[in-house]
Design a protein around this ligand. Structure first.
Ligand code: ADP
Ligand code: MG
Length: 376
């Protein structure tokens, strides 16, 4: 278990370039935490992880583990261990030999090796597979062997770079759960890279949401979902993604309340009144801002009866529908933008028909159109 601290980390791949691949990243990761770096392809996740592992130099800044500055230390002196997407196992060695390989190199005695490999094999449920060759294993089993190989070294910090991307969807979910259980059992500090926000949400104690080499938000999955700091995080976290709609902030002076209009091109207009807690909204009066509404906050069947007096009506005409079993996805336009609403399929009345949905107005977020920062 170990604290991992990154201070002002910058990475430029070519000297004199104006582009920072990693742009001044500060992170303080607590001992035993499961941290996930998540962001779109090319945002710098692997670069950052490889710098922690010592496989890539830093341009400036410091990396320390348990208070010890390791910025320029060799990979082998950092006590970290990395699992890659392509789990290169030795094809001619059994599972046991693959896991034991590093221990043999460091000349540990035979009984210690056996004890360590067996313990790791038990945690990863590889104990009945120890005599097999990699070609006799499924993709998920091979990935577990790769994880086992790093576990036997008992590193202070585990690093994973998209370890599940080569697995099919069902196996990804299963192996994801196994990794979460392994973390519960061994309690090590883990840093895990993925571009898949669902994988990130399910595994992380805290998420580092990256875009263009910058940390957009460092938060628990729940906080990132409930309180995204900007439009990027709001759109990246949550599935299906948040809808973004241009709206003008208006005021009903008689009732002293702010409202927005959400208009469907088939002639349905809806004024949605905002709760009074939108403190910062006043200076945007009469201006266009971006409203963010999650598909689940604009639907037909809210389960929580306690919020019924917080729901407002939204009438619209449906253009398209996708049925996915437990949910249905309705598509329609509001203020000239196609939006998606996640409904209970029983409420679907057919396309080109008017449907009345409910909007949970309190959950609507607002973003500045220029800076894309959260207004409220
Ligand atoms: P991610 O893992 O988030 O997909 P990477 O860290 O691999 O992103 O890459 C971040 C950016 O740095 C990308 O634009 C990529 O093209 C660039 N990059 C990565 N490795 C190198 C390298 N060795 N030399 C030059 N540019 C690189
Ligand atoms: Mg990568």
């Amino acid at each position: 278990m170990a604290d991992l601290v990154l201070k002002n980390i910058v990475k430029k791949y070519s000297q004199g370039s104006s582009v920072n691949t990693i742009d001044n990243i500060d992170l303080s990761i607590k001992s035993g935490e499961f941290i996930v770096f998540v962001g779109p392809s090319g945002c710098g996740k692997s670069t950052l992880l490889r710098m922690i592992a010592g496989l890539e130099s830093v341009t400036s800044g410091t990396i320390s583990i348990d208070g010890k500055d390791l910025t320029y230390a060799n990979p082998s002196d950092r006590n970290v261990s990395m699992v890659f997407q392509s789990y290169a196992l030795y094809p001619h060695m059994t599972v046991f030999e693959n896991i034991a390989f590093g221990l043999k190199l460091s000349k540990e005695d035979k009984s210690t090796i056996e004890e360590k490999v067996n313990k790791v094999a038990e945690i990863l449920k590889l104990d009945i597979l120890l005599d097999r060759l990699p070609k006799e294993l499924s993709g998920g089993q091979r990935q577990r062997v790769a994880i086992g190989r790093s576990m036997v070294r008992n590193p202070k910090v585990f690093l994973f770079d998209e370890p599940l991307s080569n697995l099919d969807a069902a196996l990804r979910i299963k192996t994801r759960l196994e990794i979460a259980q392994m973390h519960q059992n061994i309690d090590s500090t883990m840093v895990y890279v993925t571009h898949d926000q669902v994988e990130a949400m399910t595994l992380a104690d805290r998420l580092v949401i990256l875009n263009k080499g910058k940390v957009q938000q460092f938060a628990t999955p729940k906080d990132a979902y409930d309180n995204p700091k900007n439009k990027f995080v709001a759109g990246f976290i949550g599935s299906p993604a948040m809808n973004f709609i241009d709206v003008v902030i208006q005021k009903d002076y008689e009732n002293n309340q702010y409202y927005i209009s959400l208009n469907n091109s088939h002639g349905k207009s809806n004024d949605i009144y905002l709760e009074n807690h939108y403190e910062n909204i006043e200076k945007y009066l009469g201006k266009t801002v971006t409203a963010g509404i999650r598909p689940e906050h604009m639907q037909n069947g809210f389960r929580d009866s306690q919020i019924s007096n917080e729901l407002q009506s939204l009438e619209t005409v449906v253009d398209y529908y996708e049925y996915v079993g437990a949910d249905g996805f309705l598509f329609f336009d509001l203020n000239n933008t196609t939006v998606l609403s996640r409904i209970s399929p029983s409420g679907f009345k057919g396309i080109n028909n008017v449907i009345e949905l409910k909007v949970w107005a309190k959950k609507i977020l607002f973003f500045d159109k220029d800076t894309e920062e959260r207004i409220y």
